[in-house]
Design a protein. Sequence first.
Length: 390
Amino acid sequence: MKLKRNIPLIYIISALMWGRFFIPVLALFYIASKVTLAQFSIIMGVFSLSIVLLDVPTGVIADLLGKKNTLLLSRFCYIIEIILVAFFNGFWIFLIAKIISGLGVSLSSGTGSAMLFDTLKKQKRVDQHKRISGSISMVSNISMAVVFIIGAYLFSINPKLPAIVSLPFIVLGFVLTFFLEEPYRIHKIFNFKNYFKHLKEGFVYFKKSPYIKYICCLSLFVSAAISISLSMSSVYFAKILIPVSFIGVLAFVSSMITAFSSKKAHVLEKFFGEKKSLILIQILAVIALFLIALLVPYYGYLLYLIIPFISGFSGVILGDYLNHHIQSSHRSTVLSINGMFSNFGIFVLFPLVGALEQGHGFASSFFIFGLITLIGLLIFNLFFRRFIMR
């Protein structure tokens, strides 16, 4: 049965698609490519906006066109992005590359998770989803860890080298995607009538579920805290006096911590339970932002490690909670709605953090970011407590 090869292929492709050697020095890579830090914040904000605008429409496409075809389109977008950032410089080229990347992320957002969950559902192995999802995340992060330690070294030789070396890995991931098997037969014809009908059904499905709405609102702030902190990590490391040549080693350790928390997420969730796990994710996200704002020289790296830990844990747990509350026919659409919330938070908060950093300094920007995250999460928890916190 061809479906049996999906899981091992997902393991391999997930590792390959994170073969982006410039990620550990992302902000510094942009600066070296003639993009200022303020422009970097704008680009990342526009990147998130493109995902916000495209996430749900592309989620519908995945449900109607098929998850495999959607993943192929997504990974082709990544190839175009890498070519642009590897061989060109400047704000406008990098902005275009990131918008194309945003389309790729939108196409894959929820689609990869839906492919995994539906494959397990078809094989009657849904009870293993949390464990397998965590293992896949662990493999991806181990791959990232190896890539990161090499990437920082490549950057020290030539700022463009990390992007150039990334290209073959992304291309191979694209090629292997052709060998995935669609878990369920697509029953709807892909046309404008069915597209808008399915889109409406997806939003109705979302509207009727207080639980899904709560997770999406939580993701808005938690994903922003994780994404912005990771994206600004190389600048943060420079602020706490860590040499650029050592960033790859720190990125390696961070990625291994994410791998560990992903792998053990199902064990930790079983120990804490659903309610406490959700609370723990939020508390750690807020604490991490305030600790980063302290800018403790050298040892500030240890405080930063909360971010990679909650990145792995929350990615597995929130994804599992959502998947168990969604029907297969609307899985990609509803997961994309969650992605839309996550990226809306990044779109709004990333440029704000960038502007605050330029005007008031790195420490003040993250302190204010922490306050906004704390207030936002408190409001959402108070609003949804009669549905969730009982």
